[in-house]
Design a protein around this ligand. Sequence first.
Ligand code: ATP
Ligand code: MG
Length: 284
Amino acid sequence: MKTLKIAIQKSGRLNEKSVEILKNCGLSFENYKSSLITSVSNFPLEILFLRDDDIPEYVQDGIADLGIVGENVITEAGAKVTYLQKLGFGKCTLKIAVPSHSNLTEIQQLEGQAIATSYPVILEKYLRENDVKNVQIRTISGSVEIGPGLGLSDAIFDIVSTGGTLKSNGLKPFAEVMKSEAVLIGKEGIELNPEVQELMQRISSVLRAKETKYVVLNVAKSNLEKVVSLLPGVKSPTVVPLHEEGWVAVHSVIAEQDFWEKINSLKAAGAQGIVVMPIEKIIT
Ligand code: ATP
Ligand code: MG
């Protein structure tokens, strides 16, 4: 069996979730902060711990077969890799921001201005697509938000999550350019051999489980049909009798997304003692 290599971030915002998803896939490995490479003892896989910026190239060049990294970093690197799976974490938005007092309304008004960023490639492409000319792109590696305050630039282009950092630097969002999340990538044209497929299936089942909750509730038999009609279980909900005559317990799996909406309509339909539990894996 061929030993695969997967590259993940060594430390930073994606590290913990990347390690967690691999562990939840049942992979057993030591996660020493000091090691650059570690072997999985129960799967033909080695894990490389890298700076996130280096991951797209490692995968493109085939040094790693797979990688977990943000879409923003892949696009910025211009790496030729295959997107295999979105992973649902590391979500962020890349925006152009301008000083709070600015009265710019159109993107075209950025013409002739200086924009500070760590993402010159993505910004350049966006400006080209929107036909904004003569923008000076000032590439800096971090703390982009202080650019306008220091007179380095008129605007910035960076990752924005809550907007708190922008605000505290006297900036406001102006244009949304890209949304990003962590993705599993492979070398362009990667052979989906049994090991790669197995790993992808395990990741899918972990992700599916995360999106759903296991719900147990009690209901009077007279209200059972109403409650069941609200529960699209994996197949159909399990119904077990309670010791109390005329009552049953219903077990089901529901999507996290419509969780609250469902809980309220379930209560209205007569459900009681609702217990919600996390699910570890869903194998289909
Ligand atoms: P490295 O040392 O590996 O180069 P880094 O400092 O470049 O790390 P991090 O700050 O750890 O990067 O962010 C890694 C990725 O996490 C980003 O490229 C982005 O895809 C994602 N991310 C999600 N939310 C945020 C956020 N609020 N700010 C920055 N990055 C975020
Ligand atoms: Mg980085």
